[in-house]
Design a protein around this ligand. Sequence first.
Ligand SMILES: Cc1ncc(COP(=O)(O)O)c(C=O)c1O
Length: 359
Amino acid sequence: MRYILLNPGPVSLSDGVRKAAVKADLCHREPEYFSLQDRVRSGLLKVYGLDTGSWTSVLLGGSGTTALEAMLSSLLPREANLLVIENGVYGERISRIADIHGISFEAVRHEWTDAVDLARVEQALSAGLFTHVAAVHHETTSGRLNDVAALAELCERHGVELLLDAVSSFGAEGIPFESPALAACAATANKCLHGIPGLCFVVSRKAALENSVEPPRSLYLHLPLWADKQDQQGTPFTPSVNGVLALEQALEELSGQGGWQARHAHYSQLAGKVKRALAKKGVEPLLSPGESSCVLNAYRLPAGKSYDEIHDGLKHRGFVIYAGQGSLVAEMFRISTMGDISDYDMERLLAALHAVFSE
Ligand SMILES: Cc1ncc(COP(=O)(O)O)c(C=O)c1O
């Protein structure tokens, strides 16, 4: 059975991307791979119209966490003092990464369902002890879109750099690249960009890379090593060649469809249809209107229906949804409308939701 994936990545692929992934056998030490690598690196910058004089993109093999760990372990010099914003699993993961790499940090902690309290962040920054802030853009735990533009503005005022986990937002949400405080963001090919898993990347200011940690904290995760080799038509390790082939096609499709803004509008429309269909069945969103990303919405489990009943009923009809995480597992479920989802898939999904919630 062909499933439509409504989990937050990997996503359902377009036929074009699926075919592109296996369209050629390329040696990663040959010019044809390097020109592909160059095209994809510049394609990533084009998604947000970034100036190639100030910004660079670095491709890495691995999942989103690889990019995140590479960004944090490389771009925080030894003397850095990091303030981490936590309001979900992925914010807490940033703290774990900092801890593992011996990076000096403190966290502003929130409940997983809470918005970031900017007053508390401002209070923490006003002591002048922090050099960097790290935060999650779209906290996939709850579907909350954190206000990173406001955070960037705060960082700018306090003269600190901002590092963003944009794993589940890059390609579908606005990212405040115009803020001089934003130093870098980490993301992945297989979420809003609609590529395949196994390839991730960091978009960084060149200045932030130049100021990266020395000696390295890690061999594989040291971003300047990847960036330098890629700049010199090389690669330090065997890359995800098929992932890069697929991402080139995925980026072309994104651009052909109108770029991230059009994808944002499309996802919002699909998410709105699901929300309205569920509202008719008495299923309420976890967050208040305007707080969720366009990528994913979390819903409260209605009385008398377990997650397994909803999941299995939808899977039986060809759709894969996602459970809550950690302490939210008994309270909610999540539906993402990322990926290559056609109008026909959507009509079928609405019928499937109607059937499952009427059972
Ligand atoms: C916001 C965010 N950060 C990081 C990750 C980790 O990505 P991966 O599972 O690809 O390592 C995810 C995964 O869903 C995510 O949503």
